[in-house]
Design a protein around this ligand. Sequence first.
Ligand SMILES: Nc1nc2c(ncn2[C@@H]2O[C@H](COP(=O)(O)OP(=O)(O)OP(=O)(O)O)[C@@H](O)[C@H]2O)c(=O)[nH]1
Length: 447
Amino acid sequence: MLSYSIFLYDLLDGQRNIDWLPNLILVAAQTMMMLGVFRFLGRPLPRSLLPATLLAQAAVEYFRSQGAPQALVDAAYCAIVVVLAIVVLNILRRYQTVGEVRSIRLFIYCSLLVYGVVHVLRLAIGVMGIAPQIFPPDSIPMLSFFTGLPFLVISLVAFTAMSLHRTLAQSRDYEIAARANLHRFEQLMRISSAAMLLLRKGRIEDSNPKLGELFGCRREALHGLAFEALFLPGAEPVDPPGTPQHCVAVRADQSTFQAEVVMLELDEQQCLAEIRDVSRQKTLETQLRELAHADPLTGALNRRAFAARFEAFRQSFRPSCVALLDLDHFKRINDHFGHDVGDEVLITFTRLCQAHARTGDVFARMGGEEFLFLLPGCELAAAQGFLERLVQEMASLRFRGLPKGTTVSFSAGLADCPPGAELNAVLKQADLALYRAKANGRARVEL
Ligand SMILES: Nc1nc2c(ncn2[C@@H]2O[C@H](COP(=O)(O)OP(=O)(O)OP(=O)(O)O)[C@@H](O)[C@H]2O)c(=O)[nH]1
């Protein structure tokens, strides 16, 4: 900047004492070279370089204004140029290259070396005034202009070639890395147990092979389709929430399956979706839930499930009855015929009760040979009639493992269950009634 200002000042002032044209071209070329070198090497310009150069030039200009000989000024400029060339050569020397770039670097190296030597010569001639008849003072700046500058230009061109080469090599590396990434991505998509989809504006643009497997068709047939079309209307995923959503997906043959869908927004138009068939998992969950509420021997509800149903029923405020049923002399069956036969009796009794229960009735095994009935909306008299019919049915029932003609009976205690009643209080009532039934001869129903 300082140099340009001085040249401009000298030009406007009509002075010719620094041969502004060669120096202007020289400084411009060197600036370009310095910037080019550091940019090419991908390094920041050393912080000290610019102030040091400016300071040196300011000092030279100061001495020139104080009447220093022009040859000395020229020589000082040459010294600056040589120092800059040495800095560049040093940087280049440390720069690691391979293949063709190494030969280009050698080329730049040689050109800059010649360029530096020319300026050392110019410096020596300017200071010492060697052979004034061959190098008159006026011709000294032209020495670097005609002999040094071409080498500087050559090195600049070589730098450009080196930059191009580096850019090409970089793009090749990027391409290889991009191919490797793509391959890895495709492998991941291939082994994924879920269907992976790329959506653009809500339509399927790309997918992995699993999509075809899940939906029972060629995956390409689904490309271009609206994403919602994969699901039952009303059971499709909502806009990307980022958390798993449970939907009902429709296969090509119109059969359905439970799907877990996770969506991820890539940008305003694109979105990734993952679809997983969770039907098996859902079935297992249902089975587990049922097992937690069922008695393992008879399959009837267990006491916990009965309590839960009773609690739900209590909210509805419908009058009803609860019955406690107990097999008579069940211990004898176990003792005479074994526990397996006893188990069979428990199972058969359960089937009988379930077969006679109305929709809405709740039947459960309380434990051992005790069972429970919740009869919603049933008056005591009607409940009693129902249970007595069951007692009669039981008398004519045949049990596997028991000798022909052997009958099994049960006794029942019935309790009224007004709206809002507590289960324990109702059970206590039913238990008292059951005790009376046992005491009064068994195979009967007591209130
Ligand atoms: N096989 C079988 N027996 C069971 C099971 N749970 C409880 N028991 C048996 O049921 C019998 C219950 O006997 P008790 O409580 O004396 O009653 P009971 O013999 O029916 O006599 P009453 O109730 O007075 O008529 C015991 O022998 C228990 O071992 C079961 O899951 N399977």
